[in-house]
Design a protein around this ligand. Structure first.
Ligand SMILES: Cc1ncc(COP(=O)(O)O)c(C=O)c1O
Length: 480
C-alpha cells in the first residue's frame, strides 16, 4: 500500500505579512511595554530600571544601537549580557532564519533530527580540541550546565561537584548549586548535595577537594564573568592536571566567553595554548546569533556514551526545543558570520584598543582602580576618590546597596551620552560586553563620554553624586 502524498498548503503570503496582527498590536502598544511588564512580569525589576533611569522607551535595535520612540540612538555595550554578540538584528542571521523558516524544513525535534543539528555540532567540534566530538543541544545556558552535571555524574559514577567562589553558571537548581555567590541562592534551597567551592586560582584548595576521588567534575569559567576575573598564569593547566590525576572531569564553561568574545574562538585557548583539553565545554549566548535560544554541551564521545549511550538510555536526557531548526540555523549563521568577517581577530584588536583607551583614562582619573579583561570582555573596577566627601558618599552607597557605586558612572553614561553599560552586580565593577562588530568610532565615542563623566564626577560638581546619593537614601529609608 502506498501512502497518499498530500500537497502542503501553499503559502503565498509575503514574508512580512502579519496575518494575526501580532506585530501591528505590538507596535501600537509599544508605549505600554513597562506597564505590562510591571503588571504581568516582574514589577521589582521594572522599578530597578526606573530608579537607575534605564526605563527608556526603546523600540528597535539594529547593529550596535537601540533606538527609542523619538529615534534617539543608544550605543549598546551590554548586548543582553553578551547574547547579541554580532550586534542586534544582524542582517545575514536574519536572512538565514527567514530562509530556513520559509523552506518548511522538517524539524525532527524529539523524534528525528534536522540536518542543521548535525551541521552545527560539526561546526562546534571543528573549533574545539579534536577529542571533543559529541554534542547535546539545549535551550539555554543553565540547561547546558545541567547537562554537564548529569553527564559528569553518570560517566564517572561519582556524586560530588566542585566550582569556584564568585563563579556564575546559571540559576536553575543544578547550576545554582555551583554558583559562587550565596545571595543568588537565598530562599531556594535545599540545593544539590555534595557541592563544594574553592577560591578561583587556588590550586591547593582544589587538590584538597579532589583528593577524596569522589568528585565527578570541576566547573570553571576561563574568565569569570561576574567581576571579569582572569585566571592566574598556569591555573587552568594545573587544574586540568589535578583533574586527570584524581579522575575528575574538567568542565570549562564558555557560555559567556565563547565564540570570539575574548579574542579567541574559546577563551581557554589563551591560557595554556594547546595543552588544555577540557572534558566538557558549554557554549551559549553568542550561539544565538542574537535571535534564538540555544546552548550546547560538547564532550568526548566516551563520556557521552557512558552517560546516555545505550539504547535503553538514549531518551533519558532530552530537551524539547534543544535542537529546533531555527536555533540550529542561528548557531550556524552566527559561526559563519564570525568566521567570514574575522570577528575573533577583530574582537582581539578592538578589545586592545578599548583597554588601551581605558588604561589611559585610569592614569588621569582616580575613580578607576583597575581595567582588566580579554578581547571584548572588559571590567572597569572603581575605587572611592581620596576626598573626604567622596569617601563618605561611597560609604553611603555601599551601605544602601553593594553594587550601587558603579551607577555613579553607569547612570550619566546613559542619561547624558546615550551609552548602555552595566554594573556587574554586588561589587564595584562596570562590565562591558560590546558587540564584536563595534566600530572604531563607536569605541572612541564611548571613551570620550567616559572621560567626560569621570571628569564631572571628580570635579565635585554634584549632579552625578546627588542622583546616586538620593537612590542610596531612599533605599535606606525603604529598608527602614
Ligand atoms: C558562564 C555562564 N554560565 C552559564 C550561564 C547561564 O546561561 P543562561 O542565562 O542562558 O541560562 C551564564 C549566563 O550569564 C554564564 O555567564
Amino acid at each position: 500500500m502506498s501512502l497518499p502524498t498530500p500537497t502542503a498548503p501553499e503559502d503565498r503570503r509575503r514574508p512580512n505579512e502579519d496575518p494575526l496582527e501580532v506585530l501591528a498590536d505590538a507596535q501600537a502598544r509599544a508605549g505600554e511595554t513597562l506597564e505590562l511588564a510591571a503588571r504581568y512580569l516582574d514589577p521589582s525589576l521594572v522599578e530597578v530600571l526606573r530608579i537607575i533611569g534605564f526605563d527608556g522607551d526603546y523600540r528597535t535595535a539594529v547593529g550596535s544601537h537601540l533606538y527609542d520612540d523619538a529615534g534617539r540612538a543608544y550605543l549598546d555595550l551590554h548586548t543582553g549580557e553578551g547574547f547579541a554578540s554580532l550586534g542586534h538584528a544582524h542582517p545575514d542571521v536574519k536572512a538565514t532564519l527567514a530562509a530556513v523558516l520559509h523552506a518548511d524544513l522538517q524539524d525532527g525535534v524529539q523524534i528525528h533530527y534536522s540536518v542543521l543539528a548535525g551541521m552545527l555540532a560539526e561546526a562546534l567540534c571543528a573549533r574545539l580540541p579534536a577529542a571533543l566530538d559529541a554534542t547535546f543541544f539545549s535551550s539555554g545556558g543553565a540547561e547546558a550546565v545541567d547537562t554537564a552535571i548529569k553527564f559528569a555524574r553518570a560517566a564517572t559514577g561519582r556524586p560530588r561537584l566542585v566550582s569556584c567562589d564568585s563563579s556564575y553558571h546559571g540559576v536553575s537548581l543544578g547550576p545554582l548549586s555551583l554558583v559562587g555567590d550565596d545571595f543568588f541562592k537565598e530562599g531556594f534551597g535545599p540545593l544539590l548535595p555534595g557541592c563544594a567551592r574553592v577560591p578561583y586560582g587556588d590550586i591547593d584548595r582544589l587538590e584538597a577537594e579532589l583528593r577524596s576521588r569522589d568528585v565527578a567534575a570541576f566547573f570553571v569559567e576561563p574568565i569569570q564573568g561576574r567581576l571579569v576575573t582572569l585566571p592566574p598564569p598556569g591555573y587552568l593547566e594545573a587544574a586540568q592536571a589535578l583533574c586527570r590525576r584524581y579522575g575528575t572531569l574538567l568542565v570549562i564553561d564558555e557560555i559567556q566567553t565563547g565564540l570570539g568574545r575574548t579574542g579567541r574562538w574559546f577563551a581557554f585557548e589563551q591560557f595554556g595554548s594547546d595543552r588544555l583539553e577540557p572534558d566538557i565545554v558549554t557554549v551559549g549566548k553568542a550561539l544565538s546569533g542574537g535571535y534564538m535560544p540555544v546552548a550546547a554541551t560538547v564532550t568526548r564521545r566516551e563520556i557521552f556514551q557512558r552517560a546516555v549511550g545505550t539504547l535503553e538510555r538514549s531518551y533519558v536526557h532530552q530537551s524539547t526545543y534543544g535542537r529546533n531548526r531555527l536555533s540550529m540555523a542561528a548557531g550556524l549563521a552566527s559561526i559563519r558570520v564570525i568566521e567570514r568577517d574575522g570577528l575573533v581577530e577583530r574582537s582581539a584588536r578592538m578589545g586592545e584598543r578599548l583597554m588601551d583607551g581605558l588604561r589611559e583614562l585610569q592614569r588621569r582619573h582616580e575613580l578607576i582602580k583597575e581595567v582588566r579583561g580579554a578581547g571584548m570582555m572588559i571590567g572597569i573596577e572603581l575605587q572611592a576618590p581620596r576626598s573626604r566627601t567622596g569617601q563618605l558618599g561611597v560609604r553611603l552607597m555601599r551601605l544602601a546597596s553593594e553594587g550601587l557605586f558603579p551607577q555613579l558612572i553607569v547612570i550619566p553614561l546613559l542619561r547624558d551620552h546615550g551609552i548602555i553599560t552595566m554594573a556587574a552586580g554586588k561589587n564595584d565593577v562596570i562590565k562591558l560586553l560590546p558587540p564584536l562588530t563595534l566600530s572604531e568610532s563607536e569605541a572612541e565615542r564611548f571613551l570620550t563620554a567616559l572621560d567626560l563623566v569621570l571628569t564631572d564626577c571628580e570635579s565635585g560638581a554634584g549632579k552625578n553624586w546627588s542622583v546616586v546619593r538620593d537612590i542610596a537614601v531612599s533605599t535606606l529609608r525603604r529598608r527602614g
